[in-house]
Every structure is written in structure tokens, then in C-alpha cells.
Design a protein around this ligand. Structure first.
Ligand code: E4P
Length: 217
């Protein structure tokens, strides 16, 4: 499972890209608004920092606008993936952009049937939003498991990108469910590396070594 960051904060991406574990980045209009800079500039900077797929979302809600925006976004860099919402116009735009060789991430997926439609429209990946389902007392992880199972049994090539991740347990469970990629906020990625026994073990190793070095100096 590839690990993606879900942010439009370039400083954060630079920090975590240095770990050498980043498979890609996803953004959305809310994250762009939070960054408060030109979305085009932000996408260009992210694509230069991270060689993997970088999702950039369209704002239009009708097909022709989405296609035009999608083509413009894809022209920024080779690793841009165009993100379209899971509405009829988004499916049509997904079909048109995919037919032109542009990778599409169909976002805001909340049901298996929506995921089937995304695959039928030729999506490169689909993004089920786990956390937002959990937020309304529905089981986001169960949806992810079902999409992975349906895609596998039906032989769809569309990848599954687990999105709307709220905590480290979501990441473990997404991996167990067979997600191809998972996208998370930087705060969650920072939590993945932490374990109290790792920190305590390192401190003990260093203290033991210092003691030996002082004794033999
Ligand atoms: C994914 O591509 C979305 O940008 C993201 O995961 C949404 O997460 P949220 O529900 O925390 O806003």
C-alpha cells in the first residue's frame, strides 16, 4: 500500500518527503483554500517535490468545464492526476479525460455502487472517504473492504485510494483491507513512526554506549 499525504501545505510535504516513504499527494479545494495561495503554483511545487501521483481537483460541476480544467491541470506536470467528484458530470469527464490518456481520481465516494461507476468510467483510482462515513456513524472501513472485494472479483483495474483518514488505526486497517494507496494528513503520518518502546530502546542503547565509551576512554 502506497502512503500519500493529504495536504496542500508545501512545507509539510517537503518535511515528510525527506523520510523517503511518500508515494504521492492528494489535495482538494478545501486544502487549497487553507493554503491560501494560487492552486496552480501549489500543484507545480508539489509535483516538483514528489515524483509520484499528485491529485489536483477540478472546481467546475459540469462536464465541459471539468474536462477543460482537467486538461489544464494535467498540463502542469506529468505526474498530475485529475480529481473529479462522483456526480454524473464527473463520471462523464472521467471517461473523456481517461480516453485522452489523463489519469483520473474519482473522489467523494461513499458507496460500492459509486465505486463501480467510477471503475466503469475508466477511473485510474477511486477515493472512498472513510472518516466522513465514521463521522455519521457508518462503517467507513467496511465500505473500503467491500470495494476492494468487488474490484478484485470483477477484475476492475481501478485502484482504491483510502481517503478521509483520521488516525493511525485507519492506516493499519486500510492496509489489511487491501487498499492500493492511503492518503492522510501530515499529523497522522507523524504518528505512524512513533512507538514508546522505540524511543525508550534508543535512549537505552545510547546510554549504554556512552557508559562504555567513558569507561574505556
Ligand atoms: C482525499 O483525497 C481528500 O482530500 C481527503 O482525504 C478528505 O479528508 P477529510 O474528510 O478529512 O476532509
Amino acid at each position: 500500500m502506497e502512503l500519500y499525504l493529504d495536504t496542500a501545505d508545501v512545507a509539510e510535504i517537503r518535511e515528510l518527503a525527506a523520510w523517503g516513504v511518500l508515494g504521492g499527494v492528494t489535495t482538494n479545494p478545501s486544502l487549497m483554500a487553507k493554503a491560501g495561495r494560487s492552486p496552480r503554483e501549489v500543484i507545480a511545487e508539489i509535483t516538483a517535490l514528489v515524483p509520484g501521483p499528485i491529485s489536483a481537483e477540478v472546481i467546475s460541476t459540469e462536464t465541459a468545464g471539468m474536462i477543460a480544467e482537467g486538461r489544464a491541470l494535467a498540463a502542469i506536470a506529468e505526474n498530475v492526476v485529475v480529481k473529479v467528484p462522483l456526480i454524473p458530470a464527473g463520471l462523464a469527464a472521467c471517461r473523456a479525460l481517461s480516453d485522452q490518456g489523463i489519469k483520473v481520481n474519482v473522489t467523494l465516494c461513499f458507496s460500492v455502487n459509486q465505486a463501480i461507476l467510477a471503475a466503469a468510467a475508466g477511473a485510474w483510482c477511486v477515493s472512498p472517504f472513510l472518516g466522513r462515513l465514521d463521522d455519521i456513524n457508518q462503517d467507513g472501513m467496511q465500505l473500503l473492504r467491500e470495494i476492494v472485494e468487488v474490484y478484485r472479483t470483477q477484475g476492475y483495474q481501478t485502484r482504491v485510494l483510502a481517503a478521509s483518514i483520521r488516525n493511525p488505526l485507519h492506516v493499519t486497517q486500510a492496509a489489511l483491507a487491501g487498499a492500493d494507496m492511503v492518503t492522510m494528513p501530515a499529523a497522522v503520518m507523524r504518528q505512524l513512526v512513533k512507538h514508546p518502546l522505540t524511543e525508550a530502546g534508543l535512549q537505552k542503547f545510547l546510554a549504554d554506549y556512552r557508559q562504555m565509551a567513558e569507561a574505556t576512554a
